[in-house]
Write a protein that binds this ligand. Structure first.
Ligand SMILES: Nc1ncnc2c1ncn2[C@@H]1O[C@H](COP(=O)(O)OP(=O)(O)OP(=O)(O)O)[C@@H](O)[C@H]1O
Ligand SMILES: [Mg+2]
Length: 266
């Protein structure tokens, strides 16, 4: 499995980005082989921007991004596609593709120039759809699926790419409770190095080996969920009052949010 390493990455949008406000400021982050790392932070803190830099969608204005020790900007897009797969927050435009078409796209980096689909490709695509429980939808038009089904097809596509690094932007976004747990369990079981943004902090605490917290484009905390998820972090970064105690079964940090009328423990 791969290592992902961001070192002192800055990024600002737009053509005149020397003068634009930085969205990412000196971000350093490492995901070790087989580790499941969560990136958490409020809306607009820079999570998606960081992931976009990590898979070469945007160029950082400073700093380096390495996969397996290699600077990704000194390698070809195909080199990266053979290692890293991405699931984004947005769904791709509808081009009348079936579910199978969408998942087959993942095999492109593995093909030679004139190579067609092989029986091995078919087995990998079938296996990926089975893993996400959507084999029955293989011939459906992608656009007719529900939001959660689309999300799972996109995970199947990422898995069919046979990556050694997974980059996931809010993978549980459209999923019901059962599918949230199933998807995160599946990703963990696969043992692929994973960097994922997760808004649900209880899920992040339960599934991630380590967490990085981003706030106004800077990493402000990192460590195990137990080290990172504290009442003071929730107040300072997320601006919510909450009680953090231990999950009664797993002992992971458990967050109970307090609304205006409720008082936190003295
Ligand atoms: N291409 C762009 N042009 C201008 N501003 C941008 C661009 N991309 C991101 N931003 C700004 O950068 C900030 C960080 O955006 P980003 O999408 O990384 O946040 P996020 O942490 O993923 O938020 P969310 O939780 O809502 O998904 C936001 O204020 C956003 O408006
Ligand atoms: Mg985002």
């Amino acid at each position: 499995m791969s290592t992902l390493q961001l070192s002192e990455v800055d990024w600002a949008p737009g053509a005149q980005r020397e003068r634009a406000a930085k969205v990412l400021r000196s971000v350093s982050l490492t995901t070790q082989p087989g580790e499941f790392v969560g990136l958490i932070g409020p809306n607009g803190s820079g999570k998606t921007s960081l992931l976009r830099c990590a898979f070469r969608y945007t160029t950082p204005s400073a700093g380096t991004i390495r996969v397996d020790g290699e600077d990704i900007w000194k390698q070809s897009p195909k080199w990266l596609a053979l290692r890293a797969a991405v699931v984004l927050q947005e769904f791709p435009e509808d081009f009348g593709l079936t579910v199978l078409d969408v998942v087959y796209m993942a095999r492109t980096p593995h093909k030679t120039r004139f190579g067609g689909d092989t029986p091995e490709d078919a087995a990998i695509v079938d296996g990926a759809l089975e893993r996400v429980g959507l084999s029955a939808c293989r011939d459906r038009n992608f656009d007719t699926l529900s939001g959660g089904e689309k999300q799972r097809v996109l995970l199947a596509r990422a898995l069919a790419q046979q990556p050694s690094l997974l980059i996931l932007d809010e993978p549980t976004n459209h999923l019901d409770l059962r599918h949230q747990i199933e998807l995160l369990s599946l990703v963990r079981r696969m043992g692929i190095t994973t960097l994922a943004t997760i808004h649900d902090l209880n899920l992040a605490a339960a599934f991630c080996d380590r967490l990085y917290v981003i706030h106004h484009g800077e990493i402000v905390a990192q460590g195990t969920p137990r080290e990172v998820i504290t009442e003071s972090l929730l107040a300072d970064v997320f601006e919510v009052r909450a009680i953090v105690d231990a999950h009664p079964v797993s002992r992971y940090p458990r967050i109970t949010l307090l609304t205006d009328g409720e008082n936190a423990r003295a």
